[in-house]
Design a protein around this ligand. Structure first.
Ligand code: PGA
Length: 243
């Protein structure tokens, strides 16, 4: 299966950044699947700039309702209409900033699927949870309560303490957690759980990407800061494993 290299721009990037970035991605021929998740307002402009390329677009969140009185929110059908095929859900910044529970993430994933979007559900422990030896249990609980029945999207394992810090778990720790996640999703979803790509996220950079992407059960990377520059994002994609 092709690895997925997903860029999460977060609340960064302006209209003026799009055309050069999109041109660089269009000119590249990585073996990995590329996915860019810009702020909502840039999705349709990005879709126009990427027209004719295989680069996919995603949102960074969506509401659990298809429409309604939810001031300031964006629905999954709106994202799809703007040109997104994917949506990141349950990112730790949303879980923390917006008090998103596993139940909310699950409802959002159901809304995304109903709109034809592929959801990327994020899980990951805090540093305190890791220090307390609870990382695997926390992640398994998040999976159990965030994944809808029959889920067929992607999972991103993002240790909260590794996001934006320049710190990453050791490669053995990443491999162990990805194996734990694989076992949990197979127990939860049955055989179909074997096919779910499990991305690693948290301070993935051009200089550590190869060591991470080569690990078993790592289906790609969710990249924040290093996705903002096309050259860095493509350097990470160039490290993707060819299976
Ligand atoms: P980072 O962010 O690569 O800047 O650590 C990853 C993420 O939050 O998805």
């Amino acid at each position: 299966m092709r690895q997925v290299i997903a860029g999460n721009w977060k609340m960064q990037g302006r209209l003026a950044d799009i055309s050069a970035y999109a041109a660089d991605l269009k000119a590249a021929t990585p073996s990995a699947m590329l996915l860019v998740c810009p702020p909502f307002l840039l999705v349709d402009r990005f879709a126009a700039a990427l027209l004719g390329s295989a680069v996919a677009l995603g949102g960074q969140d969506c509401h659990w309702a298809a429409q309604g009185a939810h001031t300031g929110d964006i629905s999954a059908p709106m994202l799809a209409e703007a040109g997104a095929s994917h949506v990141i859900l349950g990112h730790s910044e949303r879980r923390a900033d917006h008090a998103e529970s596993n139940a909310i993430v699950r409802a959002k994933a159901q809304a995304a699927i109903a709109a034809g979007l592929t959801a990327i559900i994020c899980v990951g422990e805090t540093e305190a949870e890791r220090d307390a030896g609870e990382a695997a249990d926390i992640v398994k609980t998040q999976l159990r309560h965030s994944l809808p029945d029959g889920f067929a999207g992607l999972i991103a394992y993002e240790p909260v303490w590794a996001i934006g810090t320049g710190r990453t778990p050791g490669t053995e720790e990443i491999a162990t957690m990805h194996a734990t996640i694989r076992a949990a999703v197979v127990a939860q979803l049955g055989e179909s759980g074997r096919a779910l790509p499990i991305l690693y996220g948290g301070s993935v950079k051009p200089d550590n990407a190869a060591a991470i992407l080569v690990l078993p059960e790592v289906g790609g990377a969710l990249v924040g800061g290093a996705s903002l520059k096309a050259a860095d994002f493509l350097a990470i994609a160039a490290c993707a494993r060819h299976d």
